[in-house]
Design a protein around this ligand. Structure first.
Ligand code: SIN
Length: 520
């Protein structure tokens, strides 16, 4: 059991304290996979959650996984992943994660997940951009993430999940983790623990509109940077080609899953013309290619959106109930009308630098899922590889964290509430959307850097303030990395450097001081 005791804002400078072996921050696929693995190895595991929604819940397409006894192979999946990643994947990491996928999915099935079947006992497989085969399992048609979340929530129902707890600081002496500084309704607290796993998801709310839930504010990136841990490939923000268009909408917007194109939907501009004829895979090219093609067409035509024509898909409402509901809510009947779409901020391909078990450079700090950069995604994530990575690396991180805790003993953390700078969220989102979106250039990124430099010291006394601080730190890292990469590669497109430069086929790791120095 976890001990929890009030101590007053006295010597420790906090209102409450707890002790655990492993703390997991986040309750999406990676967080709960990690927490379940740690719990099942007998560790006292505390899970911190700031928001009810996870990105996992909203995932539509599915899980890319190589099934045994099919014409698919680990090597084919690795090849597709490396091709999408545009030279920046770590092939060993990709192979390790892909090869472990079927086992991890089988464990999820043991925990109660159910996937759609094409015949009794045979999973239905779909295709998405960049995949050379049908290898994507799905659930509830296009509600895969909801099923994954349901199964994990159920399996984790008896675990110690602390809702409305905002992590503010990873506590360490610079050589090892000792806990987490947290704010909840009772005030400021410390969870003392030798192992902390960041599973905080992505950073979509750096932008005005995103497919991500409201909690995707770059928290884990900021926590890692402040703890002295590097983030890698952070310039590679993936824009999903097809987010439902609405001229005025901001915040989380519905995704129109890529699986529609896998089932025959086509992309057309307002004149009925394709924009992906230059690529052999056409509308099923990797999503950086499709998003860039849409963006180029919008720029050239002055149109506000392009269209997805999904009218040829049979039994549309049964196969795609989530997309059907989103379209109907917007007054669109996708079986009779075209769906207006634009590229939308969707996924951070880079993140906290880890190995394939989630270990960071700071002993005791782990990261898994979207917040982490294992080397799986390189410069552009292959569709439906994210739930796969979250499951595999989440579980591994949970087990590695338990081992670390056993070796490290029980640390006593000291409160360390630091102040950081924050920019007004609307100002930040507007600037990021204008200058660090699908296409960037040096002049715009410099302007963005100047705007970010106007951030002012802010105390993290509320969840919103903590998120603003995290968004600002993350925006700074993205801007620094995007300025440094003077080429176009994967989902990082530079208008002033449109070609890929073979000399820049390397990943860049930033630390907090580096990000700050580069923007001065
Ligand atoms: C989609 O369903 O198109 C999104 C899947 C993903 O992001 O991998």
């Amino acid at each position: 059991m976890t001990r929890s005791f009030a101590c007053g804002a006295g010597a420790a400078g906090v209102d409450w304290q707890q002790r655990a072996d492993v703390v997991v921050i986040g309750t999406g696929v990676a967080g709960l996979a990690a927490a379940l693995a740690a719990h099942r190895k007998g560790s006292r595991t505390v899970i911190l959650s700031k928001a009810p929604d996870t990105a996992t819940f909203y995932a539509q397409g599915g899980i890319a996984v190589v099934l045994p006894h099919t014409d698919d192979s680990v090597e084919a999946h690795v090849r597709d992943t490396l091709a999408a990643g545009a030279g920046l994947c770590d092939p060993d990491a990709v192979r390790s994660i892909v090869a472990d996928g079927y086992r991890a999915v089988a464990d999820l099935v043991d925990d109660g997940a159910r996937f759609d079947e094409s015949a009794p006992g045979q999973w239905a497989l779909t295709r998405e951009g960049g995949h050379s085969r049908r290898r994507i399992i799905h659930a509830g048609g296009d509600a895969t993430g909801a099923e994954v979340q349901r199964a994990l929530d159920h399996a984790a129902a008896t675990l110690d999940i602390r809702r409305n707890h905002v992590a503010l600081q990873i506590l360490s002496d610079g050589t090892a983790v000792s806990g987490v500084l947290v704010r909840n309704a009772d005030g400021l607290g410390i969870v003392h623990a030798p192992s902390v796993i960041l599973a905080t998801g992505g950073l979509g709310h750096l932008y005005r509109a995103t497919t991500n839930p409201e909690g995707s504010t770059g928290d884990g990136i900021a926590l890692a940077l402040w703890a002295g841990v590097g983030v890698t490939d952070i310039e590679f923000v993936q824009f999903h080609p097809t987010m439902l268009f609405d001229r005025t909408a901001t915040g989380r917007r519905p995704l129109i899953t890529e699986a529609l194109r896998g089932e025959g939907a086509v992309l057309r501009d307002a004149r009925g013309e394709s924009m992906t004829t230059h690529h052999p895979m056409g509308d099923l090219a990797p999503r950086d290619v499709v998003a860039a093609a849409i963006q180029a067409r919008l720029r050239a035509s002055g149109d506000e959106c392009v269209f997805l024509d999904a009218r040829s898909i049979d039994r549309f409402a049964q196969r795609f109930p989530t997309v059907t509901a989103a379209c109907r809510a917007a007054g669109i009947d996708p079986t009779r009308q075209l769906i207006p779409v634009v590229p939308g901020a969707h996924y951070s391909c880079g993140g906290v630098a880890t190995d394939v078990s989630g270990r960071t450079e700071l002993p005791g700090l782990f990261a898994a899922g979207e917040v982490a950069r294992t080397g799986m995604h390189g410069a552009n994530r292959l569709a439906s590889n994210s739930l796969l990575e979250g499951l595999v690396v989440g579980g591994r991180a949970g087990r590695a964290a338990v081992e670390h805790s056993r070796d490290a003993g029980a640390p006593v953390a000291k409160a360390d509430e630091r102040q950081h700078n924050a920019l007004d969220r609307t100002v930040l989102q507007t600037a990021m959307s204008e200058f660090a979106s699908v296409v960037r250039d040096a002049a715009g990124l410099r302007q963005l850097a100047d705007i970010l430099a106007e951030a002012t010291p802010t105390r993290m006394t509320t969840r919103a303030a903590a998120e603003d601080v995290a968004l600002t730190a993350t925006a700074r890292a993205v801007t620094t990395a995007a300025l440094a990469r003077t080429e176009s590669r994967g989902c990082h497109h530079r208008g002033d450097h449109p070609d890929t430069d073979p000399e820049q086929a390397f990943s860049r790791t930033l630390h907090d001081d580096h990000a700050a120095a580069c923007l001065q």
